[in-house]
Design a protein around this ligand. Structure first.
Ligand SMILES: *Cc1c(COP(=O)(O)O)cnc(C)c1O
Length: 373
């Protein structure tokens, strides 16, 4: 029996190189509190991502909470039910109320028209997700935010390095939030960041993630501890040197899947939403009615044979107990998201997934497509 293959596997650079970076931490005794590695990683990420300002965090979820807080968001936040649960949890953690709105059937991102009809006098922010790293319709969504004077925060946890027509997708909205969790394209074990536009906002976010400290003796905000440690920042600096290679390896797998699965009936690879640079964070496919088995049947068929795809995002966030009684949580209000939750399967994709494993997955899918079950 061959080894099991999981949907992802964290990318790790050579251990020896990390040991060298750790030496400096042992020499200086600076473990955290925005030390030299933290500062260097912020600078290098601004360059790599081509964004004006970035503030590093200990994870993406705290970064989302702080982003909402930094903009003083209070009230209803329009968001997608089709995401990882942290997107909505951040809204509840800031005592705001999520308002779930449907996604577009192709991109599975919030669409501008759906957002606009959901705006009321209680709407305090818009929180779209660049689902699977496919950019949302940023120009149209930013324009709605501007028209109604409502801040836009993008959950860009999937969108590291993604570019669209006007450069980095992360420069859209008021703030964009990244995750550097182990499962993401660029990881620092755990980590995250907020991208912002002005030095004033960067300074404010830096205060919020550091207990609200302002200088040595004053505290100006009910801040939190959201700082990234030196060990994570050092690891990020090392990772950054390998991330282009890691994305190229993902791209090669993406290309093989598309080329070798294109003719399967009822099997649709999700893709282009206008990005000029992709990061191949996920490989979502839609299992349609013409495929000989349902999405769930295919999911179990593969698992029994040692390949473990994931049903991102099933169930919808709105089904979880802390959301299901909200007035916006009824899935009749978002048929596209509800259908996607039933039909989408994410196939394994990660830099170290070798050719033989990709062949095994493709053969398995072709066998499933040819089966009569
Ligand atoms: C991973 C993820 C997060 C949370 O990031 P963490 O760094 O794990 O806290 C938030 N939103 C989305 C869409 C994610 O995929």
């Amino acid at each position: 029996m061959a080894d099991d293959i999981f949907v992802t596997r964290p990318y790790l650079p050579p251990l020896d190189e990390f040991k060298d970076l750790l030496g400096r931490i042992w020499d200086t005794g600076v473990l955290t509190n925005c030390g030299p590695y933290h500062q260097e990683l912020e600078e290098k990420l601004c360059e790599y991502l081509n964004v004006p300002h970035i503030s590093l965090f200990n994870n993406g979820t705290i970064a989302l909470v702080v982003a909402l807080r930094a903009l003083g968001v209070k009230g209803e936040v329009i968001t997608t039910p089709y995401s990882f649960v942290a997107t909505s949890h951040a809204i509840l953690w800031t005592d705001c109320t999520p308002v779930f709105v449907d996604v577009e059937p192709g991109s599975l991102n919030l669409g501008p028209s759906q957002i606009e009809v959901a705006i009321t006098e209680n709407t305090a922010a818009i929180l779209p997700v660049h689902c699977y790293g496919h950019p949302a319709d940023v120009d149209a969504i930013d324009a709605i935010g501007a028209k109604y004077g409502i801040p836009v925060i993008y959950d860009a946890a999937h969108a590291f390095g993604v570019e669209c027509h006007c450069g980095s997708v992360l420069t859209h909205g008021d703030l964009s939030v990244l995750s550097f969790h182990a499962t993401k394209v660029f990881n620092t074990f755990e980590g995250g960041a907020i991208v912002c536009k002005t030095p004033e906002m960067k300074r404010y976010i830096d205060q919020l993630k550091n207990f609200g400290h302002h200088g040595e003796t004053s505290v100006i905000e009910t801040g939190i501890n959201g700082k990234m440690s030196e060990i994570n920042a050092a690891f990020g600096l090392l990772q950054l040197g390998y991330v282009d290679d890691a994305i190229a390896k993902r791209a090669a797998i993406d290309e093989r899947y598309r080329a070798e699965l294109v003719d399967l009936p009822g099997f649709y690879c999700l893709g282009d939403t206008g990005q000029t640079r992709q990061n191949y964070a996920y490989f979502p496919v839609r299992i349609g009615a013409e495929f000989p088995m349902s999405r769930d049947a295919l999911y179990y068929y593969m698992k029994e044979r040692g390949v473990h795809p994931r049903r991102y995002f099933y169930p919808l966030i709105s089904e979880f107990p802390m959301y299901r009684n909200l007035s916006s949580a009824d899935s009749v209000r978002f048929p596209n998201a509800a259908t996607a939750a039933e039909e989408i399967l994410c196939l394994p994709i990660y830099p170290d997934l070798d050719d033989a494993s990709v062949t095994r997955i493709i053969t398995m899918l072709r066998d499933a497509a040819a089966s009569r079950v």
